[in-house]
Design a binder for this molecule. Structure first.
Ligand code: ADP
Length: 396
């Protein structure tokens, strides 16, 4: 089925038009500066990229621009928008209500709206993308695929926070976890690469701008590093990961920050950027560290150290591990960070093959022949998962 996959942000919208079976991508692109002026970048494999300035006061004009370019006789890839069988939307927060993807109807929209307090930055933007598609392509079925859904198999002991229980009961405070579509895709590939054993324990390491780990037993998430929101876990590009809440009180008192300012620091100015003062981009940090910048080196050391701690913890609670998967920008491309993360874990049966690990962005097994635990590099493909879910729900 030919599916249009949409990932709507507050001022941007990514799209990919693809075949759900096999994953062939016909066209993809990005609308930027929605609500400001509007710019469209449209890419078709084998052709030159198209960049156009198109006014986009709202997401409606952005979706219209995407449809217009897709049917353009020169730059397009289809004759008519009827060839779009369905639209799949990435939605950040599904709360506990969504354990899987669902067809978008009034009840689904209402449930996504209810999750706005849990995902205040992303859910409203996701809804704008959904509403724009409903308006502009009213006859085309639409599906919501949630970043949180795959994690809903976590047992209560993993998702409950040790604060008064009433906040869970009354206010839905619990661990939700994110990057679920990515963890689902790469862990399913890993289980396949393990030969589909009856029992499997996988640690999926999604290491990108935002990063999270997931412990996955028999294909079901047992634990994950992000929490109620995506700030939790280990240090990321600009996010702090887990911090002692006392730091908030201390700094807010000393500098008179309000909670918004404090959270802005933890979300945007922390992580490896905060420690290094250099960059949130791991390539810049590698370069700075190689030139002797001690804080860049410390930031990288801290990142590796904290990822290792999660691997150790997840191996313990799963009673062992069969495969460790590296994915997303850093996981797929940073040969050195993968090596550093696995270094010293030989006592756990984790042996990397340095030669095989010399790879970027390609699916492969980088473990040594005698490694008890497989180490896989698996490029993530969230769009394909969204397209597959959309096709399977709309095909029914
Ligand atoms: P997002 O979370 O925005 O989807 P990505 O998964 O694209 O992010 O990951 C972006 C991160 O991947 C950046 O920090 C970038 O530095 C890092 N990255 C990409 N290529 C490399 C590389 N060759 N070596 C180290 N880091 C890399």
């Amino acid at each position: 089925m030919k599916i249009l996959v949409i990932n709507a942000g507050s001022s941007s919208l990514k799209y990919q038009f693809m075949e759900s079976e096999g994953g062939e991508v016909f066209a993809k692109g990005l609308c930027e500066r929605i609500g400001i002026d509007g710019r469209l970048t449209h890419k078709v494999p084998g052709r030159e990229d198209v960049k156009l300035d198109i006014p986009m006061p709202t997401h409606n004009e952005a979706i219209q621009a995407v449809l217009d370019i897709m049917v353009d006789p020169e730059k397009g890839v289809i004759q008519s928008t009827d060839e779009i069988a369905a639209v799949g939307h990435r939605v950040l927060h599904g709360g506990a209500a969504f354990t899987e993807s669902c067809i978008i109807d009034d009840a689904c929209i209402e449930a996504i709206e209810k999750c706005i307090p849990l995902g205040p930055l992303h859910n409203p933007a996701n809804l704008m993308g959904i509403r724009a598609c409903q308006k502009i392509m009213p006859g085309t079925p639409q599906v919501a695929v949630f970043d949180t859904a795959f994690h809903m198999t976590m047992p209560p002991k993993a998702y409950i926070y040790a604060i008064p229980y009433e906040y869970y009961e009354k206010d839905d405070v619990r661990r939700y976890g994110f990057h679920g579509t990515s963890h689902r895709y790469v862990s399913a590939r890993a289980i396949d690469m393990l030969g589909n054993p009856a029992h499997s324990r996988v640690i999926s390491c999604h290491l990108g701008n935002g990063s999270s780990l997931a412990a996955i037993v028999d294909g079901k998430v047992m634990d994950t590093s992000m929490g109620l929101g995506p700030l939790a876990g280990f240090p990321m590009g600009t996010r702090s990961g887990d911090v002692d809440a006392t730091i908030l009180e201390y700094l807010m008192g000393r500098y008179n920050y309000d909670i918004k300012e404090m959270l802005n620091i933890l979300n945007k100015k922390s992580g490896v950027l905060g420690i290094s003062g250099v960059s949130s981009d791991f390539r810049d940090l590698d370069e700075a560290a190689a030139q002797g910048n001690e804080r860049a080196k410390l930031a990288l050391d801290k990142f590796v150290y904290e990822v290792k701690k999660f691997i150790g913890a997840y191996t313990t609670v799963m009673g062992g591990v069969d495969a460790i998967v590296f994915t997303a920008g850093i996981g797929e491309n940073s040969i050195d960070l993968r090596r550093q993360i696995c270094e010293g874990l030989e006592y756990m049966g984790i042996h990397m093959d340095a030669e095989k690990n010399n790879v970027r962005g390609k699916e492969c097994d980088v473990s040594a022949a005698d490694s008890k635990v497989k180490i896989f590099v698996i490029p993530t493909n969230e769009e394909l998962m969204i397209a597959m879910d959309t096709a399977s729900l709309c095909g029914k």
